[in-house]
Design a protein around this ligand. Structure first.
Ligand SMILES: [Zn+2]
Ligand SMILES: [Zn+2]
Length: 172
């Protein structure tokens, strides 16, 4: 990705982007207004509870097949982005199941990172599919680096990041 040089930034020139590409990728999540978003920057909080509460056994996401169809909810809801950090523009593809990592048995480890979507539309579609009541939630926009772990819902285009900065917080 093109990064603006210091000279460009200091001169106030527009940052060159391909298409509508923003200079820095940000990510979105919803959370309760009672939780200070800065808490996401604390390493002790950058963990994702295990699938199914730590239970083991046959994987119920892929029914033991090890591979599963992936669909990027951000690209499906808001249009294909060839540089999408969740799908690289593939939108729909087949890959190892993110819960069992292809083994067919649940990998119940805690995963490192915070669950996010690269676009708000994908996040909202994810919540809608789960009938999650999002009223009263705040939308938190983050910068961060990708975790080495895959999100349990990577098959829907969710990502795990280690947040480095809270960019914005706004009521939904
Ligand atoms: Zn995508
Ligand atoms: Zn699986």
């Amino acid at each position: 990705m093109h990064a603006a040089t210091a000279a460009e930034r200091h001169a106030g020139w527009p940052v060159a982007t391909s298409g509508s590409r923003r200079a820095v990728q940000t990510y979105f999540r919803l959370q309760s207004p009672d939780t200070p978003p800065e808490a996401l920057l604390v390493p002790a909080h950058q963990e994702c509870a295990p699938w199914g509460g730590g239970r083991t056994g046959p994987c119920d996401k892929c029914r033991g097949a090890g591979r599963t169809g992936h669909g990027c909810l951000s690209c499906l809801s808001a249009g294909r982005d060839p540089e999408c950090p969740a799908c690289d523009g593939r939108v729909r593809w087949k890959a190892a199941c993110p819960v069992c990592r292809g083994t067919g048995e649940i990998d119940a480890r805690v995963r490192h990172g915070i669950s996010v979507f690269p676009r708000v539309e994908g996040l909202l579609e994810y919540m809608r599919r789960r009938d999650t009541d999002v009223d009263g939630s705040v939308l938190v926009e983050l910068e961060g680096i990708h975790s080495d772990d895959a999100d349990f819902d990577a098959d829907e285009g969710a990502l795990l990041i280690v947040p480095t900065r809270v960019v914005s917080v706004r009521p939904l």
